[in-house]
Design a protein around this ligand. Sequence first.
Ligand SMILES: [Zn+2]
Length: 335
Amino acid sequence: MPSAVLAKRSVLAEALYRSSADWLIGSTCRWSGLLVLNYHRIGTPNAECDPDLYSASQEEFDRQIDHLKRHFEVIGGDEVASALSTRGRRILVTFDDGYRDNYLAAFPVLKRHGVPATFFLATGYLDRPMVPWWDEIHMLVARSSGGLIPDLDGGDYEFRPKIDDRLEVARRVVRRYKLIPTTATGEYLDNLARGLGVSRVAPSEASDLWMTWDMVREMKAAGMSFGGHSASHPILAMCTFERQKWEIEQCRDRIASELGEAPTLFSYPVGGPNRFTAETTELVGAAGFQFAFTFSRGWVNNHLTSPLRLSRAAVESEIGFSLFSAMTYLPNIFC
Ligand SMILES: [Zn+2]
């Protein structure tokens, strides 16, 4: 979220929170529908990985879940259909990607509170752990002592660590990557590493990055739900038709084979408005998914437009508790 927008929302949320938290809970805020919260990672980022993937520390997550449990009906992944057809203030807690901190840091909190959550898995990362492209880009920039970044913002960019902000440069490269056809992304990362004078990140660095299927089964037995998030987490809009179909069906098949039932929920990788197409949505529906979630801000009121394009509200590490609670009390203003 642009920082100016975030700052404005935070100031407003803080003012509301200080003036009267009780008022917020009162009858004026009785929205009805489904608010889907989107998390990625829980914990504190290290110096090299993509910090933008961190949604909350474990302590913050604990406070957020406690709040949700006390004021709303937090539903499981199998209750989406019924939540959309009846009135109520329902929350669906979702996680994208399948990072191991979901199991190590989020799951214990969810278990302690008896609150369900839904986890969307990029199944290829569980099957063959490797560092995903967004983390690898941040790691390559963090490890470089300078060089040339190919084709950034229209031309080659000279990266000078003494002058440049590494985090900002890595974010620019991530944005650039999202516009590259999937068939050319491997070559782009090769050229990036070469230009920055560093090696590509080895899969061995991801040995404990992702959940295992045993962890997933343990979480499912404890009431957690699982959905699809593609096999290798490409930008689906940048894939050929055949590749999109394979990504969607492969992740469905892997989850069905590991968990014994086909998933009915899907979330689009990097699911902003231009990151998937009408073709993607059709393929997701044809593969048997009943509901699909985007990364477009918002909440779902009961006037549903498309069950395969449901909005979510991102939980980001820079939002304070005031803004988090305002998002839940007044989603029409704060989500
Ligand atoms: Zn993702």
